[in-house]
Design a protein around this ligand. Structure first.
Ligand SMILES: Nc1ncnc2c1ncn2[C@@H]1O[C@H](COP(=O)(O)OP(=O)(O)OP(=O)(O)O)[C@@H](O)[C@H]1O
Length: 250
């Protein structure tokens, strides 16, 4: 089977320093993958490499079997919420259509098929009723779903989520988790997150990252404390390990 996303020996330098070292991973259609690691572990860099947004020092990236070139990845990207201009006077459907700007053309009018793709994407995130609402009036959870629809409008083989739960309450997180699980039925989903509990409960597999891939397995199988110590650069007496033991086997 062709991988939805395959990264082989990927190394990236940022500011002259290594941000990612020989990272290798494969994600298949139908998988919901959690990407975990401490601050500065290279999670965002790995997502940006999958999007063709950073030069690779070494290695290969392929989406749906096709090599990714600079700026030309078919992967869908859901940025962190603060990266979107919510005070821009746009409706929900305008925001979703902006995901198609490369297909529509910058100063051209969207065609019927573009509107239909936007409405279908809004249907998938259960926001069809709010399509005329100004984006500035939405809650944090609704804004997150708009960003997911904006990425889905291109029907990507893999959806990359950067910290989707930050600042959301538990019910909003639960809604999103259900949504991501549904979306992962017919594509791959990769979620970079600091929320280990949410990832452990909902993701099929976790990738533990600390500049390189330290481990890749379902949460229940990640029961070697050594692996978590290497991931988070902590010693055996660390509180990190104690808090981990409630939801993984470490
Ligand atoms: N534009 C940049 N120029 C130089 N160094 C950078 C740049 N962006 C990131 N870095 C460095 O690259 C490393 C990896 O950063 P990255 O943002 O990928 O980590 P992360 O795991 O996403 O972190 P966080 O959990 O804090 O968001 C860090 O050491 C960071 O300081």
């Amino acid at each position: 089977m062709t991988a939805a996303l395959e990264m082989t020996d990927v190394s990236v330098d940022l500011g002259g320093r290594p941000a990612l070292r020989e990272a290798t991973l494969r994600v298949d259609t139908g998988e919901f993958l959690g990407l975990l690691g401490p601050n500065g572990a290279g999670k965002t860099t790995l997502l940006r490499a999958a999007l063709g947004l950073v030069p690779l020092r070494h290695g290969r990236v392929a989406v749906d079997g096709r090599p990714v070139r600079r700026g030309g990845s078919p992967a869908g990207y859901v940025p962190q919420r603060h990266e979107f201009a919510w005070d821009f006077p746009a409706s929900v459907e305008d925001a979703v259509l902006s995901g198609l700007v490369r297909h529509i053309g910058l100063f051209r009018r969207p065609r019927a098929r573009h509107w239909q793709a936007a409405w279908d994407a809004l249907d998938q995130v259960h926001l069809a009723d709010l399509r005329r609402r100004p984006v500035g009036e939405l809650s944090g959870g609704q804004r997150q779903r708009v960003l997911v629809a904006r990425a889905l409008v291109l029907a990507p083989p893999v959806l990359l989520l950067d910290e989707p739960f930050t600042g959301l309450d538990l019910p909003a997180q639960e809604t999103l988790t259900g949504l991501f699980t549904t979306i992962a039925r017919d594509r791959a989903v990769v979620m970079a997150t600091h929320d280990l509990a949410a990832a452990a409960y909902t993701c099929d597999r976790l990738i533990l990252l600390n500049r390189t891939v330290v481990a890749s397995a379902p949460a229940a199988e990640l029961n070697d404390p050594e692996v978590w110590m290497r991931t988070f650069d902590v010693g055996p007496g660390s509180h990190v390990l104690k808090s981990l033991s409630s939801f993984v086997g470490a």
